[in-house]
Design a protein around this ligand. Structure first.
Ligand code: FES
Length: 99
């Protein structure tokens, strides 16, 4: 089921990431070249807040130690490192995610 995460006007700017609370979790929303993706916000290395990172080369860079996360697949460099990715859609000015 899709639930409202934010208003479209709250989305991160071009090639930026941002974190949003949702249902007791925090979601990292990334805008890569205008394409919006949502994934789990907590870095699997030491728990860094991915939504506070920058985007480099299409990846969200963890602000703590620099692991690079692909917001479309939820994968980072180290083999097996993968966070949940959530389907996103925008409807009537609302950003909806399926968690
Ligand atoms: S906590 Fe993310 S790279 Fe270390």
């Amino acid at each position: 089921m899709f639930t409202k995460l934010a208003s479209q006007s709250d989305l991160p700017g071009l090639n930026e990431a941002k974190e949003f609370p949702c249902g007791g979790k925090t979601v990292c929303v990334a805008n890569v070249n205008g394409e919006i993706s949502a994934m789990e916000n907590t870095c699997l290395h030491r728990g860094g807040p991915l939504g506070q990172g920058v985007i480099s080369g299409g990846k969200v860079v963890c602000p703590w130690h620099g692991w690079e996360w692909d917001p479309k697949t939820g994968e980072a460099g180290p083999p097996g490192a993968k966070v949940a990715v959530y389907p996103v859609k925008i409807e009537g000015g609302d950003v909806l995610v399926e968690m």
